[in-house]
Ligand binder design. Structure first.
Ligand SMILES: [Zn+2]
Length: 452
């Protein structure tokens, strides 16, 4: 009998063909035909593997695809998404984003790393598993949604509506990655996000700036408000912002102590003298994983042409703010607190528009699926895994890990720090793609065999 690695190697061209097909479909928000084409592609692949198919629908959201295969009382839910990020700025791409191209052992295409590479690797992994060992000894529920890149707005409704179909003993979430030195990464949760736009219009029209002696400046008004939101040391000053925060436990700190975190390299990469609050060593790592933020993502107002001057008193200002949240902060509660904070300081005239809204989430690191994913790393990767409590970014994991209560792990995926996800020239290494196929076989096997 061949090994998983040999079988993957033998079928390399076939699986790369699948990835190329998937990455040629322009499954972008706002392109319903292409999204539908991609949904159909996933459906065909899964039913080709013998899965019983269904579509999970909710209003006008792109259909989520569910394929169920294998058998047995133990069950695993696999989550991926089939939509991709926009391609702009298109002029910075070296090859066309939807015409996958291989250069220097990397495949370049929009979505190849986020998240079609993982999706296809898992499909291929299921095929390899079947060839090696027959039907999976556990029930595999493969869920692929089409709305992730725009915030998974319907995902919570879908998971609630189809909670019985989705119930499982463990969940393999959209992949983490492989770090810069080749260590497979594993996490058990994600930060949340409250994204708001603050806006203020204080004048009927833009004024000549000489009028600033008598007309109040909307821009200064907003800046005065912004300066009440955060201290220079990084502490968020919104009243009650930290009330619900559950800090790092002793076990978390042990995990963090072992985590390879290269502070000096990070500092150099960012071109900074010191980190926020002058944090160093373990405190820096704790901060990285366990602190929430209040970040200004953009400010729009007045005359902004670099290298030119024009005097003006702008009539209005718009500020984009993203707040990365940690367990158990609630995005609704945080925005309500922001409103109250502004009102009580004389800024009730500043409006708030809301955008992304995601709960932070954590899952146990010793669940069956977590143990299987961790143990399988040593079957495939030479490097020891880098295990962290939760990802510093955000994903719609909350409805599955918290609402449905399914222990969830985000295991190694094909994304590397230089994969340029969400950016021009997105890429994945062919070797990583093949490794993740093999890794899928390994964790599935481990999950079937592990004792409770
Ligand atoms: Zn993404």
């Amino acid at each position: 009998m061949p090994t998983a690695r040999e079988l993957v190697e033998q079928n390399k061209d076939r699986y790369l063909g699948w990835l190329t097909e998937a990455c040629s479909i322009q499954s972008l928000d706002g392109q319903p035909d292409e999204l539908a084409k991609m949904a159909k592609w996933v459906e065909d692949k899964l039913s080709g593997l013998g899965a019983a198919m269904s579509r999970l629908t909710y209003e006008s959201a792109p259909d989520a695809i569910l394929g169920v295969l294998g058998s047995g009382d133990r069950s695993v839910l696999i989550y991926d998404h089939y939509d991709v990020q926009p391609v702009d700025p298109i002029e910075l791409w070296k090859s066309s984003p939807f015409t996958p191209e291989i250069r220097d052992d990397k495949l370049y295409a929009r979505g190849c790393a986020d998240n079609k590479g993982d999706l296809v690797a898992r499909l291929a992994g299921l095929e390899v598993y079947k060839e090696l060992y027959g039907e999976p000894p556990v029930t595999v529920k493969f869920l692929v949604e089409g709305e992730e890149e725009t915030g998974s707005e319907s995902f919570e409704r879908i998971t609630t509506q189809y909670r019985e179909e989705l119930a499982a003993d463990g969940c393999i979430w959209e992949g983490m990655g492989i770090d810069h030195v080749g260590r497979p990464e594993l996490v058990f949760g994600a930060k949340g996000l409250a994204y708001v736009e603050l806006y203020y219009r204080g004048l009927a029209e833009d004024q000549h700036s000489s009028i600033a002696v008598i007309a109040p400046s909307p821009v200064w008004h907003m800046i005065e408000a912004l300066s009440t939101l955060r201290s220079p040391g990084g502490e968020v000053l919104i009243d009650g912002f930290y009330d619900a925060v559950v800090g790092a436990t002793e076990d978390d700190m042990k995990l963090l102590e072992e985590l390879p975190f290269e502070a000096e390299a990070e500092r150099e990469r960012m071109g900074i003298e010191s980190f926020v609050g002058d944090a160093t060593d373990l405190e820096l790592v704790r901060r990285y994983y366990f602190e929430p933020t209040c970040n200004i993502a953009g400010i729009v107002s007045g005359f902004t042409v670099p290298g030119a001057s024009k005097t003006v008193l702008p009539k209005e200002i718009l500020v984009k703010i993203d707040m990365r949240l940690v367990p158990n902060q609630d995005p609704d509660d945080i925005v309500a607190k922001l409103r109250k904070h502004l009102d009580s300081r004389g800024f009730s005239d500043i409006g708030i528009n809301r955008f992304s809204n995601e709960h932070p989430v954590r899952s146990p690191s010793d669940s069956l699926i977590a143990r299987a994913a961790l143990a399988a790393c040593s079957d495939v990767f030479e490097e020891k895994p880098a295990v962290s409590p939760m990802m510093i970014g955000t994903g719609p994991m909350y409805p599955v890990a918290s609402t449905l209560g399914i222990p969830t792990v985000s295991p190694a995926g094909i994304c590397r720090p230089d994969s340029n996800i969400h950016a021009p020239n997105e890429n994945c290494r062919i070797d990583d793609f093949l490794h993740i196929i093999e890794y899928t076989v390994a964790w599935l096997k481990r999950f079937g065999e592990l004792e409770e």
